[in-house]
Design a protein around this ligand. Structure first.
Ligand code: TYD
Length: 222
């Protein structure tokens, strides 16, 4: 049976990586096969492109060129990592995916929506997440959290943008999530990580109904 595909999205410092890892552990604890991955990156080719993008080396070429590089990385990631895992029945949990390009390069970078769509057609090959968690936090708090996590090292290409950029980013994520309520769930990331994790778990159970009852004598007998 084909696996399921869940993504985490949101601005800087919203706790996506923590929540993705907590969900992966929880699914594993029920004996399910899980692949935890992230973007940009997640395959050897895409990790190389990640360095180009996050160092800011591609910034002078403009947001269209950056969108193409994110799409190239995504294509490699989908073909080499995500699709094989789904085909083998694994649950794939991805920290950022296609919505990041829609929001960062599309809305914030003002890249034409038709251009973004065309890149998606080429890079995704029809793949779409079934469920996307959008972690929502005031930009100021997110940036503080991201800075304390970095502990002194320089912000990357996107973290280094002005506060106004991050506020607009938050609005763009909320608008995107509202436009696709069947797939996207907005979670208040000001809550404790345990509370957010519980909401994630409740949603996964309600929407994707994983067959994960712990093995008991009664289950085996029925
Ligand atoms: P990363 O170090 O993974 O940070 P985070 O913890 O915020 O996810 O950096 C990824 C950065 O790249 C992040 O600032 C968002 C940006 N990005 C895009 O602009 N477009 C994309 O398609 C993706 C996947 C990421």
């Amino acid at each position: 049976m084909r696996g399921r595909f869940i993504t985490f999205e949101g601005g800087e410092g919203t706790g996506k990586s923590t929540q993705a890892a907590m969900l992966a552990l929880r699914l594993e604890s029920f004996g399910l096969g899980v692949l935890l991955t992230r973007e940009p990156g997640g395959s050897p080719g895409a990790e190389i492109i990640r360095h180009v993008l996050l160092s800011g080396a591609a910034k002078p070429f403009g947001p269209e060129a950056e969108a193409m590089l994110f799409a190239a990385a995504r294509n490699d990631h989908v073909r080499c990592t995500i699709e094989p895992a789904l085909a083998s029945g694994k649950w794939v949990i991805c920290d950022r995916f296609v919505d990041s390009t829609r929001v960062y390069q599309g809305t914030l970078g003002a890249v034409d929506a038709r251009f973004i769509k065309a890149l998606e057609r080429v890079s995704l090959g029809g793949l779409n997440p079934e469920l996307t968690f959008v972690l929502d936090l005031p930009a100021e708090i997110g940036l503080e959290r991201a800075a304390s996590r970095r502990s002194g090292s320089n912000p990357d290409r996107f973290e280094g943008e002005q506060i106004g950029f991050h506020e607009r980013l938050r609005e763009a994520y909320l608008a995107l999530a509202a436009s696709e309520p069947g797939r996207c769930v907005i979670l208040d990331a000001r809550a404790s990580k345990e509370t957010v994790a519980r909401r994630v778990w409740d949603t996964v159970q309600a929407r994707l109904k994983p067959a994960m009852a712990p093995v008991t004598f009664e289950n085996l007998a029925s």
